[in-house]
Ligand binder design. Structure first.
Ligand SMILES: *[C@@H]1O[C@H](CO)[C@@H](O)[C@H](O)[C@H]1NC(C)=O
Ligand SMILES: *[C@@H]1O[C@H](CO)[C@@H](O)[C@H](O)[C@H]1NC(C)=O
Ligand SMILES: *[C@@H]1O[C@H](CO)[C@@H](O)[C@H](O)[C@H]1NC(C)=O
Ligand SMILES: *[C@@H]1O[C@H](CO)[C@@H](O)[C@H](O)[C@H]1NC(C)=O
Ligand SMILES: *[C@@H]1O[C@H](CO)[C@@H](O)[C@H](O)[C@H]1NC(C)=O
Ligand SMILES: *[C@@H]1O[C@H](CO)[C@@H](O)[C@H](O)[C@H]1NC(C)=O
Length: 892
């Protein structure tokens, strides 16, 4: 009790401090940042930095504090984000810095938490973000060519970059002003496409660098993947592995701006996962081989709300298999394993910063050590500056993808699992090995899943539980007109380019015309047994063909040829082509020319008198959906739409709006909607756009039954979800919900069953740990090496198992506990031949009713040795309680 009250007091005072700091913006004593060949130099000291990639608009401002706190707790020193131009300047000259785009608030929160910030202005950001972050209006600037030596582009880019730097300076957010910003970025992975621009590309790189430096921001700039970055700009690495990366000058440090700890996903794709052991291996190798700044891309991925996901075909979730998942929950064991890794690297930091470069020692054919050693007066360094007289830290690597190795290093023997690195902060004690996961595994679950709404009888069934029902009203529906719905239409005798017409104010563009079909055509088709066919040379992303109001065909693809047989009646036929974008191109050269919709010839073939060139006909253009432009999804406007009750046996199939109201589940666990019963469309909650949804199914094969961490990772290596829809769950941030009567509006294109939509609570329900006697003692027990001989110390060398439920939850039951030789893995543990009878009682005593617990792995803890001469392991599976006051809890 005393502890929790003290903790509460601490938290209250902490939040007051943070609030005060956010309003006064004085986070640090002003400090300068520079760099040398080894590292960033912060306030005169070289630093080894761990950075957490996290994009502010991919979460709500209400989520930011928790996400930043979890990044810090995980061992991050820095938060890294892009700046999203199209979010900040939706209309040329009209800036937006509110809500999810309140970058000032975000940067201040980072500072208030004592973290640094790496601001990647770009302003091209790629990021699987709509149009790579470029505002779509940029295409319309006369004479513009993006990302090359083009005056109109350079003017626009400079204006925006200046605007951001000025804003940060005015808000006192640079390090030398006492703010958190220690580093910036100009452009983004331009080296990937530079050659396509020939000399213009080379000139542009020089210009961009000089323009950035001339802004006098007072902190270093990076250009990532830019091997010709000019002298004063650090070129950095983005990849799955960056050990061995060499910057283009001996005066520049080795930085890793994007460590891809997972990967993004497309509609209809499998879900990629990067194993924690391989990720830790990559990071350890990076610091082992001289790296000094490493950023996880992403540490938190989040969600592409609104229509911000990029293209082609990127999904709404940007989970990325990151250490913090889309909902803000920790992904374990990834988060915990990296936390341990960061603590191990921190123990080495004094030696890593003191030595100018590592000493390489070959230990075996595929085994090697890198030793960072500095003795007094060597290398002419003033070591007091680094807090020590003498330092030695070492990394021992086994890069063999298959076999473990035993190596000798400085007179001692070390066992190295395959594809692993051991970290020795004092060149003697191993405190961490990348392949030995001591962190818990967490199994996340959907706490409950009830039909969000149903008909009256189902409603009565649930009202038995009274206030725990989510029903407030039944579903209602309204049809979306096919084709013209407004007076804002125009006609031209041409097929216009999609983005030139929509300006991306909507995914949808209707092309409407009439086709005359004569008796002769009909006879011709019958005699020859042919069908007229719509052919388009090339199309992206989705085309829907309507004839006389009926949907007669759909084509999905990225610049694919369309060959769509159609059926006409004699006389005039209404032909409507609906062109849809599903996220604009975010990567590649010449983005301004990429566009969307149709390219090349577009015609009807198979007519008696030959092909009809459709581009010669008169077309009427209608942008967007009626419901979209009349804000049918907002609380204020939705009533005006003429809704009618939706009957279970009469669900309209296509191009329909649905709405209902629901009550929010109690508690603070993250909420999602399961839209797996729907087809394709968009959804809004209380007027907030939760994103596009699409129930496209991943290929049946190509997933792996087990995921072997050993060997180089690629995004196809460890995938799941084969044969299932890529995404069915859509995050609804808590802050968008009120207790009751939340308006849910859905636009559905192809047909689905809204009655099967359900609401879910996400939380960690099962936690497992498995730690053996031979594991390393917990990292936080080691002291920093601060003795004159540079050795590190520890008082209690017992390894421990640490279990932790999410913030609001306690450990409710121990499902399995065995100290001895347990077998299997999480949710599949079983006792082995050796088992201490006290296992369950010891673990229960330590853990039940607590949010987290530690159990020592030693015979004394389990009242005696259950089997002499055998290495014992403790395996535990525990269940976290559902949050109090939820339906799930009341049902139990
Ligand atoms: C940072 O560097 C500038 C220029 O060298 C210097 O004037 C200033 O005093 C330095 N600030 C701090 C906090 O060291
Ligand atoms: C070394 O650095 C420390 C701390 O910055 C300073 O107090 C000391 O005078 C320096 N020693 C020499 C010999 O420069
Ligand atoms: C109403 O819902 C119940 C339970 O889901 C179902 O059994 C019943 O058929 C539904 N009735 C109608 C009219 O749809
Ligand atoms: C789009 O419009 C611009 C003028 O605003 C024109 O130069 C360009 O050719 C158009 N693109 C296409 C593909 O028609
Ligand atoms: C996101 O979508 C909502 C609802 O459609 C809209 O009101 C809002 O302006 C959009 N926000 C941004 C930044 O585009
Ligand atoms: C070890 O114990 C001593 C004496 O109790 C204490 O001063 C020291 O801080 C401890 N070290 C660690 C690493 O816990």
């Amino acid at each position: 009790m005393g502890v929790s009250r003290a903790l509460l007091r601490f938290l209250v005072s902490l939040s007051l401090i943070i609030q005060a700091a956010v309003t006064t913006a004085n986070f640090f004593k002003p400090f300068n940042v520079s760099y040398d060949h080894r590292a960033l130099i912060i306030d005169g000291k070289r630093r080894m930095l761990i950075s957490a990639g996290f994009h502010y608009p991919r979460a709500t401002p209400e989520m930011w504090p928790d996400l930043i706190a979890k990044s810090k707790k995980g061992g991050a020193d820095v938060i890294q984000t892009y700046v999203f131009w199209n979010g900040h300047e939706p209309v040329r000259g009209q800036y937006y810095f509110e809500g999810r785009y309140d970058i000032i608030k975000f940067v201040k929160l980072v500072g208030a938490n004592g973290l640094y910030l790496h601001l990647r202005i770009g302003p091209y950001v790629c990021a699987e973000w709509n149009f790579g972050g470029f505002p779509v209006w940029l295409r319309d600037v006369p004479g513009i060519e993006f990302r090359t030596d083009n005056v109109p582009f350079k003017e626009e880019m400079e204006r925006f970059v200046k605007k951001i730097v000025k804003l940060m300076r005015e808000e006192m957010l640079f390090s030398w002003q006492g703010g958190p910003i220690i580093m910036l970025q100009i452009e983004n992975e331009y080296g990937n496409i530079e050659s396509e621009y020939h000399q213009g590309g080379k000139e542009y790189v020089k210009w961009a660098a000089q323009m950035a430096l001339d802004l006098g921001a007072g902190v270093p700039w990076v250009m990532c993947r830019q091997s010709d970055a000019p002298d004063n700009i650090i070129n950095s690495c983005n990849a799955y592995y960056c050990d061995g990366f060499k910057p283009n000058s001996h005066n520049k440090p080795i930085f890793w701006t994007e460590d891809w700890d997972g990967w993004y996903t497309k509609w209809g794709g499998r879900l990629p996962h990067r194993p924690a052991e391989d990720l830790a291996f990559a990071v350890a190798r990076f610091f082992e081989r001289g790296g000094s700044f490493q950023n996880y891309y992403m540490y938190f991925g989040g969600t592409n709300f609104n229509r911000t996901s990029g293209g082609p075909f990127l999904i709404t979730s940007y989970d990325y298999d990151a250490p913090i998942d889309e909902y803000g929950l920790l992904s374990e064991p990834k988060w915990g394993h990296l936390k341990d890794l960061h603590a191990a690297i921190k123990l080495c930091e004094p030696a890593l910063v003191a030595a100018d470069s590592p000493q390489y020692i070959k230990l075996g054919p595929k085994q090697e050590a890198h030793v960072y050693r500095v003795d007094t007066n060597t290398e002419g360094l003033n070591l007091t500056q680094y807090g020590s007289q003498s330092r030695c830290s070492a990394f021992l690597a086994n890069i063999d993808e298959r076999k473990a190795a035993v190596v000798r290093f400085l007179g001692q023997t070390y066992h190295l699992p395959p594809w692993s690195v051991s970290i020795l902060p004092d060149c003697r004690n191993t405190v961490f090995n990348t392949a030995k996961v001591g962190a818990q595994t967490s199994i996340k679950m959907v706490e409950f899943e009830l039909p969000l709404f149903s008909n009256i009888s189902a409603r009565q069934q649930f009202t038995v539980h009274d206030e725990v029902s989510y029903f407030s009203k039944s579903w209602m529906t309204v049809k979306e007109p096919i084709g013209i719905w407004s007076k804002k239409i125009f006609s031209v005798q041409a097929i216009l380019e999609h983005l030139n017409v929509t300006k991306d104010h909507s995914d949808y563009l209707w092309y409407i015309t009439r086709i005359y079909v004569s008796d002769d055509d009909i006879t011709f088709w019958e005699e020859k047994q042919v069908r007229p066919t719509l052919t388009i040379d090339s199309m992206r992303d989705v085309l829907r063909v309507f004839i006389n109001g009926q949907l007669t065909g759909s084509v999905i693809g990225h610049w694919v040829k369309v060959v769509q047989p159609v059926r006409f009646l004699q006389g005039y036929n209404d032909l409507v082509l609906l062109s849809e974008t599903v996220g604009l191109q975010n990567y590649g050269a010449f983005l301004e020319k990429d566009g969307a919709g149709f390219r090349g010839q577009i015609k009807l073939t198979g007519f008696k008198n030959g092909d009809i060139d459709l581009s010669t006909l008169s077309w009427t253009y209608q942008v967007g959906l009626k419901g979209e432009f009349s804000s049918i999804y907002t609380v204020e406007e939705n009533e005006k739409a003429g809704w009618s009750d939706l009957m279970v046996d009469a669900i309209p199939a296509t191009f329909t709006w649905y709405k209902t109201y629901f009550n929010a589940p109690d508690g603070t666990d993250p909420v999602a909607l399961d839209l797996g019963s729907m087809g394709k469309g968009q959804a809004w909650v209380n007027g907030h756009h939760i994103g596009r949804y699409w129930t496209l199914v991943a290929p049946k094969d190509g997933c792996q039954r087990t995921c072997d961490y050993r060997g180089p990772y690629n995004s196809d290596k460890c995938t799941t979800n084969c044969g299932k829809p890529t995404q069915t769950r859509y995050h609804v941030p808590r802050s968008w919900l009120k207790a009751s009567d939340n308006l849910l509006v859905i636009f559905e294109e192809t047909g689905g069953n809204p009655f099967d939509i359900s609401i879910e609570l996400h939380s960690v329900r099962i936690i497992c740990g498995q730690v053996s006697e031979s594991h390393y003692p917990p990292l936080w027990k080691w002291s920093l090496p601060d003795f004159s001989d540079g050795s590190i110390s520890i008082n209690n060398t017992t390894p421990e198992l640490h279990l932790r439920c999410d913030d609001e939850h306690v450990i409710a039951s121990i499902e399995f506990a065995s100290y001895g030789t347990p077998q299997g893995s999480c949710q599949k543990f079983s006792k082995g031949n050796c088992h201490a009878p006290s296992s369950l009682s010891v673990v229960s005593e330590a853990c039940l009713g607590r949010k987290s617990c530690f159990v020592g792995i030693s015979n004394s803890v389990f009242s005696g040795d259950p089997c002499h001469g055998v290495v014992k392991t403790l395996a535990v599976e525990a269940r976290c309680a559902s949050s109090p006051n939820t339906l799930g809890a009341s049902k139990l």
